[in-house]
Design a protein around this ligand. Sequence first.
Ligand SMILES: [Zn+2]
Length: 159
Amino acid sequence: MHTTSETLPLYDIHQAAFLEFKGTPPILTKQGSRVVSRYRRQKQTYALLRGYQDNPSIPLLDYVAVLRRLRARMLEARDGNEKREGEREMDTGTLCSPLNNVLSLLDNPRPIGNRYVTKCPAHNDAEASLSISEGSDGQALIHCFAGCPTKAYNRRLGA
Ligand SMILES: [Zn+2]
């Protein structure tokens, strides 16, 4: 039997996001200047990892939300109890913003003002009907002016 104090190191951020999405958040510890994520060696974790190998997909918007949560916790683990001086600049070396995550999945998005537009991947789009912008809380906002539901993007973007 494994004891719960044994941990399993984890280096793949997509795997970490998958497990977080399934309700098994990583244990984040600081090693030097790096933050390492680990999982308890328990039946549930192994079952989830097998599930990940079979089908690693997460709905796009959930994936973005999970990455955002993970990043916040990684920064917290890295900075410990250090006082935050106002709005600290985010470290984009580990994970990028929800907006960038979404943009990276789309075909050639063009900036217009404070948003991006591109052809909607969820319908046969002759124009750039899809608008992507950043919400006030940092979330990526996606809207198709032809009326595609959010579920359609998750499916077509393969995330
Ligand atoms: Zn559409």
